[in-house]
Write a protein that binds this ligand. Structure first.
Ligand SMILES: CC(C)(COP(=O)(O)OP(=O)(O)OC[C@H]1O[C@@H](n2cnc3c(N)ncnc32)[C@H](O)[C@@H]1OP(=O)(O)O)[C@@H](O)C(=O)NCCC(=O)NCCS
Length: 185
C-alpha cells in the first residue's frame, strides 16, 4: 500500500497548497468541543453562505459543538476565517459531517479541507463518514456530485430532494484523498 505521511506533515502540505492557491498565508485550525469564539465564526460564515431556512442559529451551533466527538476545521487566510467544516460522532467509529461552507469558492478550499478531515479521522481509527445534503445547492449546482467526486456514495434519497451519503474509511479511500487533494503535484 502506498504511504500516507503522518498527520503533521499532511497539515503542512494542505496549508502550503492553499497558501499557493489563495496567494496569502493560509492555516487550518482544529477545534474539538465547544468554543464560543468558534461558534461566532461558524455563525457568521453560515449567514453568508446559506439561505435563511438552512441556517443554524447560535443555539443550534452550540448544541452541535457539545456533541460527542465534535470536530471543526477552520481555514484562515491572512488570519481571517474563510471556511469551516464540522461534524461529530453518531455511533462507534462513525462520524457525521454536518456542515461545510467556504467564502472563497472554486479554489480548492472545500475539497482540501474535507480531505484533511477525512485523513485525520482515518488516522484516529474511524471506520465511516456520513453526510446528508440537498441534491442541488442554491445556484442549482449538484452538491451530490461534489461529494461523489470526493468518493462518497448515496445510501438514501428522500422525496424532498435530500440525499444521505457515506464513505468507508480504508487504506485505499484514505490514500485516494491524500493523492488527489493533499499530495504536492
Ligand atoms: C460546497 C463548498 C463548501 C465547496 O467549496 P469550494 O472551496 O468551492 O470547493 P473546491 O474549490 O474545492 O471545489 C472543487 C470542485 O467542486 C465544484 N463545486 C464547488 N461547489 C460546488 C457545488 N455546490 N456543487 C457542485 N460542485 C461544486 C467546483 O466547481 C470544483 O470543481 P472543479 O474542480 O471541477 O473546478 C462551497 O461551494 C460552499 O461553501 N457552498 C455553499 C454552502 C454549501 O452548499 N455547503 C454544502 C452543504 S453543507
Amino acid at each position: 500500500m502506498s504511504h500516507i505521511p503522518e498527520f503533521p506533515e499532511l497539515l503542512r502540505l494542505a496549508e502550503t497548497k492553499l497558501t499557493q492557491r489563495l496567494g496569502g498565508s493560509t492555516r487550518v485550525q482544529f477545534i474539538r468541543g465547544y468554543d464560543e469564539e468558534i461558534q461566532t465564526i461558524i455563525h457568521a460564515i453560515d449567514k453568508k453562505k446559506f439561505r435563511e431556512e438552512l441556517r443554524y442559529t447560535l443555539l443550534e451551533i452550540e448544541q452541535r459543538m457539545m456533541k460527542p466527538g465534535f470536530l471543526c476545521l477552520l481555514v484562515y487566510l491572512d488570519d481571517e476565517p474563510i471556511a469551516f467544516e464540522y461534524g461529530y460522532d453518531v455511533s462507534e467509529g462513525v462520524y457525521f459531517s454536518d456542515s461545510q461552507a467556504a467564502l472563497i469558492e472554486g479554489k480548492g478550499v472545500g475539497t482540501t479541507q474535507f480531505a484533511l478531515e477525512i485523513l485525520y479521522l482515518y488516522k484516529k481509527g474511524y471506520k465511516q463518514i456520513t453526510l446528508s445534503t440537498e441534491e442541488l445547492d442554491d445556484q442549482g449546482r449538484t452538491l451530490r456530485s461534489f461529494w461523489e467526486r470526493m468518493g462518497f456514495s448515496v445510501t438514501n434519497r428522500d422525496a424532498g430532494g435530500n440525499v444521505d451519503m457515506m464513505m468507508e474509511l480504508s487504506p485505499e479511500t484514505a490514500y485516494y484523498q491524500y493523492e488527489r487533494y493533499i499530495k504536492p503535484r
